[in-house]
Design a protein around this ligand. Structure first.
Ligand code: ARG
Length: 586
């Protein structure tokens, strides 16, 4: 179904045409002076040159023609040649009525594509920290938006499970427990089923090993060698790797589940190891990869580059693969298993250069189809109130679990502060609201920008926050359930509005389809946040001016309830696309 802007543009264009002008001058936009009108058309100004006429004259002519149209309450031509438009209440109501009847509020779905969203990117054996929060939150929302618009979408966590951190853990373990059979090359029996460490030991082993490798060159060398041996398939190391995965991945899954983040694929860098030799051979055979100082590289620089793009390294001089290698092999794997039209990477923007190299190399070497779109959505840093990367009070790296728990506790206090509520219920509600505080706080900022994680602001029930949005939805739900208690069914018919705040709410809601298309095309969840914030503000203004449930005119009341049903449905669709839900009460 057409958007409201398209419908009005059609009418105004016809007005231009009937007055003897090009219909394309009739393009209508939202007003940039909402105090004067709701929509505007600037076509008379552009037409003036072509027709050698004063713009105001053209505007007056067109206004004269379309003023009687029942879509409009008022069309006025004002100097120097604007058409200021107010839409009629009946027309607006019937547009919303159609929105509420149609699936997905009547949006026209784009051509369906196969999309992979690569997000999360946690590293096995390291606890999730706040750095992983943005990848998870933004990626999840991007995946949901793509899916909502009818695409076939896969979310892939792309575990970091093949790099140096694995060699570091293995080497540290060998130093601590040299007697384990994994380190005995002559051992041919079956390795123990039980891992030789617990999750908390593992989480202590990694940072210890990492610190050691920075101080002791010999240790680092051994870890590099262990990484290489693991990748080459050394039996004992593979068995240890399995243990590390079995201990670490369930914990990662639990953490993501707490965030309502769900992946379709739990693949990782290791999953594509088998594809590397063939891929490298092919790159060499076709002459794309060449040797440079012992390493194997692909030149990816272009003549018109404005900054230096170094060659993409495929194999190190010792033959070991790198981060670029696994990402290229992953693209190959994705092509063979799913053949995506579009791959979207949601990763820290500091990895910009890595993705420029990988994308160019994949194209040069024909790893992706020519028409496959590759997008890097690089996100900015989450900073503390001091403007520096978010840390614990002690200055350490903040574990994600701790952060979430802090916010949940804050929400619990706020929720139990003012009213009697069952503690178990308050617990559940605070979890739901905390998630909205964290996710909305993040998503309401443009992804590429750094932002400040401000607990006080994000958990507030007022202002542009997740809790404010949920509070508004709960308010609507409560009105609807009170109404439902007195009536057999909820009315569906949205009626022509009567007062300004009601009309303003309707106008905000009507922007859904334009908003959702730009959120999708620009890969921009923050557009959804901006939209629902406007809708919530408009709703609350209407709510404060209107006694809905005690209204005596039944027809009027039914129209309002039908409008509220639509507002609730739109808001809940939007929060779901952002990755959180509203409770029934709070
Ligand atoms: N594990 C990587 C890191 O922590 C992020 C992975 C992002 N995804 C990708 N396909 N490279 O930096």
């Amino acid at each position: 179904m057409k958007t409201l802007l398209e419908l009005i543009t059609d009418i105004v264009s016809t007005g231009f045409e009937q007055s003897g002008y090009e219909p394309s001058y009739g393009k209508v936009t939202l007003s940039n002076r909402p105090d004067l009108c709701e929509f505007q058309c600037n076509g008379a100004m552009s037409g003036a040159k072509a027709y050698h006429k004063a713009p105001l004259m053209i505007a007056q002519e067109v206004a004269g023609r379309i003023n009687g149209n029942d879509a409009f309450e008022e069309v006025s031509a004002v100097a120097p040649g604007f058409l200021n438009i107010r839409i009629s209440r009946g027309y607006l109501a019937s547009y919303l009525d159609q929105m509420s009847e149609k699936e997905k509020f009547g949006i026209d779905l784009p051509k369906s594509e196969k999309i992979i969203v690569d997000y999360g990117g946690p590293n096995v054996a390291k606890p999730l920290h706040v750095g992983h929060l943005r990848a998870a939150i933004i990626g999840e929302s991007v995946k949901r938006i793509c899916r909502y618009l009818g695409n076939d979408v896969i979310g892939d966590v792309h575990l970091g499970d093949w790099g140096l951190q694995m060699g570091l853990i293995i080497t540290e373990l060998e130093d601590r427990k040299p007697g384990l059979p994994y380190f005995d090359d002559s051992f041919t029996g079956e390795y123990p089923k039980e891992a030789p460490f617990t999750l908390s030991e593992l989480e202590e082993i990694y940072p210890a090993a990492s610190a050691k490798s920075k101080e002791e060159e010999a240790f680092r060398e051994r870890a590099l060698e262990a990484t290489k041996q693991l990748q080459k398939g050394k039996r004992g190391y593979r068995a240890l790797w399995e243990h590390i995965m079995n201990v670490s991945v369930p914990d990662l899954k639990r953490n993501y589940e707490n965030l309502s983040v769900e992946f379709d694929w739990w693949k990782g860098e290791s999953s594509v190891d088998g594809l590397i030799p063939g891929m490298v051979e092919d790159m060499k055979k076709k002459g794309f990869a060449k040797e440079s100082e012992g390493a194997l590289v692909v030149d990816v620089a272009k003549e018109d580059d404005t900054k230096e793009i170094p060659p993409c390294m495929i194999l190190k001089s010792d033959g070991a693969s790198l981060y670029t290698t696994t990402d290229l092999a992953t693209l190959l794997d994705r092509r063979q298993s799913f053949d995506p039209d579009h791959v979207i990477y949601v990763v820290d923007k500091r990895q910009d250069m890595h993705f420029i190299q990988v994308f160019r190399c994949a194209r040069i070497c024909g790893i992706v189809r020519e028409d496959t779109k590759l997008d890097f959505l690089g996100f900015g840093t989450m900073n503390g109130k001091d403007g520096k990367p978010f840390k614990t009070r002690e200055g350490g790296v903040m574990r994600l679990e701790i952060l979430i728990d802090d916010i949940r506790k804050t929400m619990y206090e706020k929720i139990t502060q003012n009213h009697e509520i069952d503690p178990g219920e308050a617990e559940k509600i605070s979890e739901t609201v905390a998630l909205s505080a964290i996710k909305y706080g993040d998503l309401s900022n443009q992804a590429t920008k750094d932002y400040i994680f401000d607990t006080d602001k994000f958990t507030s029930f007022e202002g542009n926050t997740g809790p404010y949005i949920l509070y508004t939805i709960v308010r609507i739900k409560s009105i609807l359930s009170k109404y439902a208690g007195t009536s057999a069914s909820l009315p569906q018919k949205i009626k022509a509005c009567e007062n300004e705040s009601e009309k303003a709410l309707m106008l905000e809601i009507s922007k859904f389809s334009t908003m959702i298309m730009s959120a999708y095309e620009e890969i921009a969840p923050h557009r959804i946040c901006a939209y629902i914030y406007d809708v919530c503000n408009a709703f609350n203004r209407f709510y404060h001016e209107t006694r809905i449930l005690t209204e005596e005119d039944n027809a009027r009341k039914e129209g309002w309830i039908a409008l509220l049903v639509l507002v609730r449905n739109v808001l809940e669709t939007c929060t779901d696309l952002l990755g959180f839900d509203a409770p029934e009460k709070m």
